[in-house]
Design a protein around this ligand. Structure first.
Ligand code: SF4
Length: 708
């Protein structure tokens, strides 16, 4: 219920994983004034351009207001909620009875609230009997999850944002934080200006994150593992290891060091492997070796790779070897892309996890089964995003429910994904909008979900901080919370007793209780201290980091003195493979296409595209090209070019720039047919994935460019 006095409501930003606190003051006419929440520990009142423009995105243009079902003539027709829910439940039941639970899937979003995620995951994994629940977070940070689990025995982020204020060296790897995590980047700049912290940026592209006095390492794409392997060797050869930490809290160091020596045994070998100058490699190694307080931040340039998990582990190896982990100003730090990718990880929103950071092991399966009283719990991992859409294309998955995401634009090989959707026997979409590329691909059922500002629940940011998102507007039309929609379908499937939730608070309490069920205090994700919150306490809940164990203080950092989550409580050094990109350039495809975000748009622009102010920064789709490549391929700055890969073609405005490395192109991911440009860059991207994480390699597809 919205405050009738129109006072400021404390909530959290709709966009990135920084998780900034926002004060939203409704204007009584469907809009709201937005400002940063000075009390929120992620941002202390700061907002970036996207967050501060949220008030401009609250209109009802293109808003989905009523449930719709495709009628026999092919048109979408408005129906009552009860009819839509009956239809979804009946069709899922029929397909599962005929083809088994492996024939159905949910595809979720890092934009969902934790409570929505929890109910979706419980329904599919506990009651429908399949683990085919995956999420667009697979495209965002799955390699970090896999790297954490390999090294730490759990998906634990060891540090916190305060470390960015306290570090003396900030190493950003594959992260354009100035555009993609702007408020955290401002904290890093404040540290640089106030305390003299050094910044090193490691990225094939010279982005706005690189300041004039920063060390920039413009390495060859995909070679991060070689760079950090070379660093491990350097640390060992220069007496910079923390031998006590290695001996007490880790295993596998000798194998990891031997592997590192074999691929990057010296500064010269590292320079050769990465395409960097020996002077730059040596400068980086020296600063790192001699600066105890170092935070290494990594984002999509590391994660979105067919060897992303190895990259994460090569970075983590260096922190373990120096004992620089979980200490003030010293940790590896994964920057998550989305506002609630972390919450999704916590409830098991990935196909290879169970709820509450539990795994598909017999004891964990049994524990979750008993807690949920689940009649049909999934006993093995489900299909990860790219595999899931491949299975749809092959006709093996026959029913898909997409909730709050736009896979027809964002997945690699997006043309094939869009065609696959048309093969589904049952295609359900829960959305805020009447048109985007996925909605336009022809679902059988469209369900209106509540949007940011209308829905209520929790999200978790990159530093494990759980914050409330609160409603400050009434939902328009018949839009409902995603958890309610899922719960109503569950009831119609005969699971009413397990889905009898009346509020987000009900779900949060169950989620918290599961996190501490039977093995309280033993796992990383434990919020048992929050399991008995009253409705009022949930409503008033201040941002809090996990773990929040019963009768214990919240814990800002992990692992300063070991305490890892493998059975022997030790961390694992991982010996990574030699970095090799999955694809090769050819005479026909001589360049490599890198994709990413721009500063003022978010994903497929369904919300940020509503703000005229945000549209002014970079108003149209483009491809960035190095001047030498522009000359070689006959394309001009400001003209149009056709970018072609083995998967698709796009026409894009040419931006010639020295920031781009020779041999590389960069194109942003945001535009598509639905926002009237036709430049759907996801259709160009190769669908190769990391063997451990299943995350696709969005950064290095062989491509050609020709004048248009
Ligand atoms: Fe929102 Fe991220 Fe910007 Fe903060 S930094 S205001 S969370 S988009």
């Amino acid at each position: 219920v919205v405050d009738p006095d129109l006072r400021a409501v404390s909530t959290t930003c709709a966009y990135c994983g920084v998780g900034c606190g926002i004060l939203a003051t409704p204007d009584g006419r469907g809009g709201a004034a937005i400002s940063g929440d000075p009390e929120h520990p992620a941002n202390f009142g700061r907002l970036c351009s996207k967050g501060s423009a949220l008030g401009e995105t609250l209109g009802l243009t293109n808003r989905l207001l009523y449930p719709m079902i495709r009628c026999d003539k092919g048109n979408m027709e408005r129906v009552a909620w009860s009819d839509a829910l009956d239809h979804v439940a009946h069709r899922f039941q029929h397909i599962i009875a005929r083809d088994g639970p492996g024939a159905v899937a949910f595809y979720l979003s890092g934009q969902l609230l934790t409570e929505d995620y929890y109910v979706a995951n419980k329904l599919m994994k506990g009651f429908l009997g399949s683990a085919n629940v995956d999420t667009n977070s697979r495209l965002c940070m799955a390699s970090s999850v896999a790297g954490h689990r390999r090294a730490f025995g759990a998906d634990t982020v060891p540090g916190c944002y305060e470390d960015l204020d306290e570090a003396d060296l900030l190493v950003l790897v594959g992260s354009n934080a100035a555009w993609c995590h702007p408020v955290l980047y401002q904290r890093m700049l404040a540290n640089k200006q106030g305390r003299g912290a050094r910044i090193v940026v490691i990225d094939p592209r010279r982005t706005d994150t690189v300041g004039d006095d920063d060390l920039f390492l413009g390495l060859k794409p995909g070679t991060d593992t070689a760079l950090f392997s070379g660093l491990l060797v350097y640390l060992a050869d220069h007496g910079k290891l923390d031998d006590n930490y290695i001996a007490a809290y880790t295993t596998g160091f000798d194998d990891a060091l031997a592997r590192a020596r074999s691929m990057a045994g010296s500064v010269g070998a590292t320079a050769l492997a990465t395409g960097l100058s020996e002077a730059d490699v040596a400068a980086f190694f020296q600063i790192y070796a001699n600066t105890p307080r170092v935070v290494t931040l990594y984002s999509q340039g590391v994660n979105q790779s067919a060897q992303g998990t190895d990259k994460v582990n090569a970075i983590v190896n260096c922190h373990l070897a120096t004992g620089r982990i979980g200490k003030v100003g010293a940790s590896p730090f994964s920057l998550t892309g989305q506002p609630n990718a972390m919450g999704g990880r916590e409830v098991g929103g990935l196909a290879n996890q169970l709820a509450a950071h539990m795994a598909f092991t017999p004891p964990d399966i049994d524990r979750v089964r008993r807690f949920w009283k689940a009649p049909r719990i999934a006993t093995h991992e489900g299909l990860k995003a790219v595999q899931m859409f491949d299975a749809i294309a092959r006709g093996e998955i026959k029913a898909l429910w997409v909730i709050g995401t736009n896979p027809a634009v964002s997945l690699p090989n997006a043309d094939v994904v869009r065609e696959a959707l048309k093969k589904l026997e049952l295609f359900v979409v829960s959305e805020n909008v009447t048109s985007n590329d996925t909605v336009d691909a022809g679902p059988h059922v469209l369900l209106p979900a509540q949007a940011w500002g209308e829905k209520s629940g929790t999200v978790t940011n990159s530093e494990r901080r759980i914050s409330r998102q609160r409603a400050f507007m009434d939902a328009p039309g018949e839009a409902k919370p995603d958890w309610w929609i899922l719960g109503e379908v569950a009831k119609r499937l005969g699971f009413g007793a397990a889905f009898n939730f009346n509020s987000a608070a009900d779900i949060f309490r169950e989620h918290a209780a599961l996190s501490a069920f039977e093995n309280e205090g033993e796992r990383d994700f434990d919020i048992g201290g929050l399991k008995a919150l009253s409705d009022e306490a949930f409503d008033a809940m201040a941002p809090v980091q996990w773990p929040t164990r019963l009768n214990a203080q919240p814990q800002a950092r992990f692992f300063a003195e070991g305490g890892f989550f493998a059975n022997d409580r030790k961390a694992r050094f991982i010996a990574p493979e030699v970095p090799v990109l999955r694809t090769e350039t050819t005479a026909a495809r001589p360049l490599r296409l890198n994709t990413g975000r721009i500063r003022d748009q978010w994903h497929t622009m369904t919300r940020s595209g509503e703000s005229p102010r945000l549209g002014q920064h970079l108003p149209e789709p483009f491809v960035e090209v190095h001047p030498d490549d522009a000359l070689r391929h006959g394309v001009d700055d400001g003209g149009f070019a056709r970018v072609t890969t083995d998967y698709g073609q796009c026409t894009l405005r040419v931006v010639v720039s020295e920031r781009q490395q020779r041999g590389m192109l960069f194109a942003p991911i945001h535009w598509s047919e639905a926002n009237a440009t036709g430049a759907r860059v996801g259709s160009l991207v190769a669908p190769y994935t990391d063997a451990f994480s299943g995350q696709p390699e969005n950064k290095a597809t062989p491509a050609s460019i020709t004048p248009y």
